[in-house]
Design a protein around this ligand. Structure first.
Ligand code: URA
Length: 236
């Protein structure tokens, strides 16, 4: 791959900044200064040193975002702020969100440039588990929760797959649950709650596959996955 792309993939600057830097002879490959940005680097073999630091190439990047309400899960949108707008331009370049959260839903969203992994996490056959915290209005009975857990008709060809449901609290006309599902149908949680006669008033995703939302991230904040999280994810 081109030397300027190699450096850009590591978020070391914009392509044009990096070209200038390379032309000044500040980047070495296998101990020799290289001044052509188009120089072909073998990312598996060559030793590239930038600003005195030996680089390790990474093709894929993974970020956990605490999605706030009010932003859309898209890479670009004409009217609304998107989840990618929450990251600096140099980081967001080739990233995309894995799956969708509704505009008013908060919580864990994975951003990556690894299309194959995203495809795998979203494949219906993989049944990747997602856990949500939901505040709902309406009355709820133990029988309603049983129905949610067994699967409900939400107007699709088939009922929802079995879910795990835990009642956290209930007062008159309001209840909070934690619910884990292994599908990703459109507005699934809201439609499941509607199927038992309720309305979701607040929704937050807590987990996706092996990842849990880092509660130290404030709404709108993101961080790179740790090496351990990355390993768990790529083993999925
Ligand atoms: N289910 C929903 O209804 N909305 C979401 O954003 C995610 C799951």
């Amino acid at each position: 791959m081109r030397l300027d792309k190699y450096l850009a993939d590591l978020q070391l600057g914009t392509r044009s900044q990096l070209r200038t830097y390379i032309r000044k002879g500040r980047v070495t490959v296998n101990g020799r200064p290289v001044t052509q940005p188009e120089y072909q680097v073998d990312e598996g073999k060559d030793t590239v040193v930038y600003a005195g630091e030996t680089l390790t190439y990474r093709k894929y990047r993974y970020y956990m975002l605490h999605k706030p309400a009010g932003v859309v899960t898209a890479s670009r949108d004409r009217h609304d702020k998107t989840v990618l707008d929450l990251l600096p331009a140099a980081l967001r370049r080739d990233l995309f969100p894995v799956g969708r959260l509704d505009k008013d839903t908060e919580g864990l969203l994975l951003l990556t440039n690894n299309g194959e992994l995203a495809h795998c996490l979203l494949a219906p056959k993989k049944h990747v588990r997602k856990t949500y915290y939901a505040e709902c209005s309406g009355a709820v009975s133990p029988a309603d929760l049983e129905r949610l857990a067994h699967g409900v008709d939400i107007g699709d060809d088939t009922p929802t797959r079995p879910a795990e449901v835990r009642l956290i609290s209930r007062t008159q006309g309001q209840y909070c649950i934690e619910i884990s599902i292994t599908e990703g149908r459109y507005h699934q949680i809201k439609r499941m709650i509607a199927a038992i006669g309720g309305t979701v008033t607040y929704l937050k995703r807590l987990t996706m596959g092996p990842l849990s939302l880092d509660e130290s991230l404030a709404r709108g904040q993101y961080r790179a996955l740790t090496a351990q999280e990355e390993a768990m994810l790529t083993d999925t």
